[in-house]
Design a protein around this ligand. Structure first.
Ligand code: DQA
Length: 143
């Protein structure tokens, strides 16, 4: 399951000098395509609401084997999303379009990183594709 947090629905319009010009729709399409290549089913959800993301993580427990998440600003603020991810215990990869460590200090801390398998940050839309590959690689090596 691919989860995107607040303001990521504005990709393409939003601060293109930081986030590029590709829309979230395009990113989702590319991930479904990459999933087909890797022979995994990818489902994507974006929400601007913390509780909706928490509910989606709970649902993933029944429906998904792993989570790829760009929690947007909630990365830096949400104990609730971190607790949900820790609670369902699904392998999680955290991704960011921008390199959060090159930016403002408040973006340097991630609540998600300590409970994720790993984090990919700074490769633009490629972060998502790399993240999906890393997640699938992890799941296949686990078995
Ligand atoms: C982001 C980085 C966050 O700091 C920011 O709040 C976002 C996008 C990224 O993908 O680079 O919304 O997660």
């Amino acid at each position: 399951m691919v989860l995107n947090g607040p303001n990521l629905n504005l990709l393409g319009l939003r601060e293109p000098q930081i986030y590029g010009s590709v829309t979230l729709e395009q990113i989702d399409r590319d991930l479904v395509e990459e999933g087909n290549r890797l022979q995994v089913q990818v489902s994507c959800l974006q929400s601007n609401h913390e509780g909706v993301l928490v509910d989606a993580i709970h649902q993933a427990r029944e429906q998904s084997q792993g989570i790829l998440i760009n929690a947007g600003a909630y990365t830096h603020t949400s104990v609730a999303i971190r607790d949900a991810l820790a609670g369902v215990k699904l392998p999680t990869v955290e991704v960011h379009l921008s390199n959060i460590y090159q930016r403002e200090a408040f973006r340097h801390h991630s609540y998600i990183a300590p409970i994720a398998i790993g984090q990919i940050s700074g490769f633009g839309v490629e972060s998502y594709r790399l993240g999906l590959q890393a997640l699938v690689h992890h799941l296949r090596n686990q078995k």
